[in-house]
Write a protein that binds this ligand. Structure first.
Ligand SMILES: C[S@@+](CC[C@H](N)C(=O)[O-])C[C@H]1O[C@@H](n2cnc3c(N)ncnc32)[C@H](O)[C@@H]1O
Length: 390
């Protein structure tokens, strides 16, 4: 990930202005360390840069929560700011590839794109956790009239697939670098032909991180059209039984089980397990009914929430637990005397979101993108508002 190391500098030089292609929106000082955040806008994408302060040198790098998938935007911002301010660079890993920005824009989708999504293909399938992308590329090349949406939480894998798409000139794959468990909630009901979950991480020691769960199953059945299928393929005996039980817990289910069948394409992980002569299990669950449309009537505004001098002392820094979700005001940053930024984690226990909330004397909002429009996130948002209002 792009970063530079610089000699310490006077951050009051950072002003709300345009640094070449980078608009500096504000800066904020971490109240629990001396680190600073710089809010920028590059090509309509808003994100934060992080200044991590050491004694002899400072690191200027991306911020995990607001990071855009198009790494060139981060490089651009770091490069623009460091050059305009003439920072004394000790180390840098930045080289800007001008032609890469174009690819990511065409095939990369963000969760926001799914709010009012219209699919340009009649048939749409999803692959969760595509890893090296071997299976999704095979499917896309062999089914040119079908759209394949690849959702991958691991950024280097998402980027690798974007590069492959460009090399092979494929135009029926969309890539989303996000947690599939959350993204599924953004997909309209009754649209999807197949959902592939091939060789998910078994997470035997941290089951809450598993992709398969009863809520994932419910969301899958909602987004699948009647007759559409969720296809799980795993080498883990434990994950197989866990998933089967999760699927059987559903009231009405059509489940098909197969063992050691070959598919037309062998994924990277499958090849590894086959070499070790492991058993491979397939479970496929068919959607039997038409589902209700999803309710997207959630408004993530902060109407009524305004900055007051007591807000930082008043808001608890401990996680607050409710029956099916939590909220945690994790870190506070001072922008100026009338505005702050709060880093907050919230949502369901196994699919938490992290966001920054800008709180000013005239308005307050999630910096960057709003949370995923899921019922749990909305419940958490209403609580966040309540706590911020005091
Ligand atoms: C064991 S690998 C399998 C990759 C590929 N399907 C294959 O068969 O080679 C599991 C993949 O799922 C991804 N993954 C894990 N949890 C995920 C989630 N919640 N959303 C999206 N991708 C996820 C991981 O980053 C990883 O690339």
């Amino acid at each position: 990930m792009p970063h530079i190391t610089v000699k310490p500098f006077n951050t009051s030089m950072l002003k709300k202005e345009l640094y070449r292609d980078t608009k500096l929106l504000f800066k904020a000082i971490d109240l629990s360390s001396s680190d600073e955040l710089i809010a920028v806008e590059v090509k309509s994408s808003k994100f934060l840069l992080h200044i991590k302060k050491g004694k002899e040198s400072w690191l200027l790098k991306y911020d995990k929560v607001t990071r855009p998938l198009n790494v060139n935007l981060i490089k651009r911002a770091i490069d623009d700011i460091s050059k305009e301010l003439n920072l004394d660079i000790l180390n840098s890993n930045i080289t800007i590839h001008h032609n890469r920005e174009k690819i990511a824009n065409r095939y990369e989708k963000s969760i926001e794109d799914f709010i009012n999504i219209k699919f340009p293909f009649k048939e749409v399938s999803i692959e969760v956790g595509f890893g090296s992308g071997k299976h999704i590329l095979y499917q896309a090349l062999n089914n040119p009239n079908e759209l394949f949406i690849g959702i991958e939480i691991h950024t280097p894998s998402a980027k690798q697939l974007l590069r492959q798409i460009e090399l092979k000139g494929i135009d029926n794959i969309w890539v989303i670098n996000y947690d599939a468990r959350l993204l599924l909630e953004m997909i309209p009901s009754n649209n999807i032909h197949k959902i592939f979950v091939h060789f998910p991480v078994p997470w035997d020691k941290k089951p809450h991180r598993r992709v398969i769960s009863s809520s994932f199953l419910d969301e899958s059945m909602r987004v699948l059209k009647k007759g559409g299928r969720l296809e799980l393929r795993t080498d883990s005996n434990n994950y197989f039984w866990y998933s089967l039980n999760t699927f059987l817990d559903r009231n009405i289910t059509a489940i098909e089980i197969q063992k050691n069948i070959s598919l037309e394409i062998t994924s990277k992980y499958e090849a590894r397990w086959l070499k070790q002569e492991k058993d491979i299990y397939d479970i496929s669950v068919t959607s039997l009914e038409k589902s209700k449309d999803r309710d997207l009537n959630f408004n993530f505004n902060f109407n009524g929430v305004r900055y007051s001098n007591s807000i930082i002392e008043r808001v608890t820094k401990k996680p607050i637990l409710f029956s099916d979700f939590f909220i945690h005001f994790e870190r506070f940053y001072r922008i100026d005397k009338n505005s702050i930024l709060i880093k907050v984690a919230f949502g369901s226990f196994n699919r938490a979101e992290q966001k920054y909330i800008y709180i000013g004397s005239e308005d307050s909002y999630y910096f960057g993108l709003n949370p995923v429009k899921s019922p749990t996130n909305y419940k958490a948002h209403l609580k966040i508002k309540e706590y911020l209002n005091g």
